[in-house]
Ligand binder design. Structure first.
Ligand code: ATP
Length: 222
């Protein structure tokens, strides 16, 4: 339960630890958030991408991660992953596939509602190059594709790792529209950005800083 609230946390991390060899990147004893938009800050190498990949179920870790008080990443990984989507900071896809291939595959795996994939490609300006192999796409084109993939299905939590890097102003405005639309359906967002995004008229719930392997609420730093 979230302190003071009679409902389970949207996301709970208990004693989450992640190391690469001897290098401990994460040690988060207890972190619980309700639904909202959370900005995760931290200097280069602090561990933001590692944290996001761990929460998205893409990296092995020690500890417990639970969504909505019942969906446990370790105990029911497939069910959990249907609800948690990650848009990677530097997406890499097989060069011979097209955006249409990747969107189609992901939409099917995530049981997307009819029309959602087409609408997302249109909204983010992907339709014009949807049949071009990703090996021939620019970094901004790939970034928009990774964002579209993160919004497919019926996620409860969308994690966007540096979503503003390389995308143009129109795509940025459309991304902010999408975030606002999904927030109306109580989707929670974890977003990292080295740039300010208050300009996008996004109502942030809280900011956290990843420092010394743990998450600290901004304003509470030691
Ligand atoms: N696959 C890996 N193998 C070994 N070390 C790794 C691996 N991935 C990340 N690291 C290390 O973990 C630490 C955290 O990296 P991470 O990419 O999570 O940081 P970040 O906060 O996202 O950084 P940035 O703001 O520069 O993107 C770094 O010291 C990095 O070198």
């Amino acid at each position: 339960m979230l302190p003071g609230l009679n409902m389970p946390a949207t996301l709970s991390l208990r004693n989450v630890q992640k190391s690469f060899g001897d290098h401990k990147v994460l040690h988060i004893p207890d972190w619980h958030i309700g639904d909202g938009i959370y900005w995760i800050q931290g200097e280069n190498g602090a561990g933001k991408s590692t944290l996001f990949r761990v929460i998205a179920g893409m990296l092995p870790f020690h500890g417990e991660i639970v969504l909505d008080g019942y969906s446990d990443l370790r105990k029911a990984p497939v069910e959990y992953r249907l609800r948690v989507c990650l848009g990677e900071a530097e997406p890499l896809y097989p060069a011979f596939l097209t955006p249409a291939d990747l969107v189609g595959f992901t939409a099917s795996a995530r049981k997307s509602p009819p029309g959602q994939a087409t609408a997302l490609m249109e909204k983010l300006g992907i339709t014009a190059y949807k049949n071009q192999p990703v090996g021939a796409c620019s970094s901004g084109m790939l970034k928009k594709l990774s964002i579209a993939l993160a919004f497919l299905g019926s996620p409860r939590l969308i994690i966007l790792d540096e979503p503003l890097i390389t995308i143009d102003r129109e795509a940025r405005d459309n991304l902010f529209d999408l975030i606002r639309d999904y927030r109306e359906q109580s989707v929670t967002f974890l977003i990292s950005s080295h740039q300010l995004f208050e300009t996008g008229n996004i109502a942030l719930t809280e900011r956290y800083r990843l420092q010394n392997t743990n998450l600290v609420r901004v304003g509470n730093e030691k």
